[in-house]
Every structure is written in C-alpha cells, then in structure tokens.
Write a protein that binds this ligand. Structure first.
Ligand code: PNS
Length: 162
C-alpha cells in the first residue's frame, strides 16, 4: 500500500465549472494529493489562455488543502513520467462521454502501461454541465452564475465587459 499516491486530473478547463470542482472535491477525499493539470486540447478552440485557466482554477480550489494546480504541454503520458504519478482522474457524466474517455484511457495505457485511469461521476445535478455550454450561455447573455465557481464568474465578467 503506497500512502504517497498522487492523482492527476488533466483537462483543458476552459473554463473550470462546478462539475469539475465536484470531481476535484471527490478525488481529494480519496487520494492524499491531487494535481489538477491544465493543458491545451488541440481539438478545441480555447476562450481563456492557459495562464487564465490556471489562475481561475487556483482561485477555485484554494480552500482544498491537498489539491495543487499545474500546467503542462505535450503528451499527458510524458507529463506523468515527469512527475512520477500514474493515476489519472477523469469525470464521466453520461454514456456520451464514455467512448472518448475509453479511447483516451486505453491510448494513454498503450503509451505507458503504468497509467491507470480512474473515472468519477459528478453529482447528478452537474451531469448536463460542460465548459462549452457555459461559453455558449455566456455568449448569448444567459445566466450561468450558479454553474461556475465564483472566481470564474468574475473573470468572465471582466473578459466580456459585463
Ligand atoms: O478537458 P478535456 O479538453 O476533455 O481534456 C482532454 C485532455 C487535455 C486531457 C487531453 O486532450 C490530453 O490529455 N491532452 C494532452 C495531449 C495528449 O496526451 N494527447 C493524447 C491523449 S490520449
């Protein structure tokens, strides 16, 4: 039994949502240390740059002691080797997430046999929530205040001159 287990929660977090926070909170109760690792997703167009996403996440998790925020570029598999942690946390909201997550988990394990992906389910009230939906609602003037952490809402308002 290894008491120094570190779990890595990677993602683009553009922006962090309360669904992400729910997963981080659950992971922090299971693992002694959780690193939220923020990166670019080359399949997505990001609204917030990497530094903005790191800052928003740091502010959002500041009350959880065993959570750190980091960023990386390149392959997740290489980042995991660098920090010597091989447990990856991903959130599963619905069956629709499964195919992509399954593919990613097995690809990461193909790149490095040590990598294990652990899926956590958010509270059911967040199963419909995604960063892209938040961006769409915000862009169309809808109310999303209760769906994102407070620091994220503030930054949205600054960015969009609201
Ligand atoms: O929050 P997202 O955008 O769904 O997260 C996807 C992410 C960033 C975890 C994934 O795209 C990733 O790991 N990117 C780093 C590059 C990489 O390792 N690609 C191969 C993944 S099998």
């Amino acid at each position: 039994m290894n008491n120094n287990i570190v779990a890595v929660y990677p993602g683009s977090f553009d922006p962090p949502t309360k669904g992400h926070l729910d997963i981080i909170s659950r992971a922090s109760k299971i693992f002694p240390k959780v690193i939220v690792a923020i990166t670019e997703n080359y399949n997505k167009h990001h609204m917030f740059n990497l530094q903005e996403r790191v800052d928003m996440m740091k502010e959002s998790v500041s009350n959880i002691k065993n959570v750190e925020v980091d960023s990386f570029s390149g392959l997740l598999a290489d980042y995991l080797v660098k920090i010597e942690s091989f447990f990856v946390i991903r959130g599963l909201r619905a069956l629709s997430d499964f195919e992509y997550e399954f593919q990613m988990a097995l690809m990461n394990r193909t790149l490095n046999q040590k990598i294990e992906t652990i899926f956590l389910m958010p509270d059911q009230i967040y199963t419909f929530l995604s960063s892209s939906m938040i961006k769409e609602i915000a862009g169309l003037g809808g109310d999303f205040k209760n769906l994102v952490p407070e620091p994220v809402y503030k930054r949205f308002k600054i960015k969009n001159n609201l």
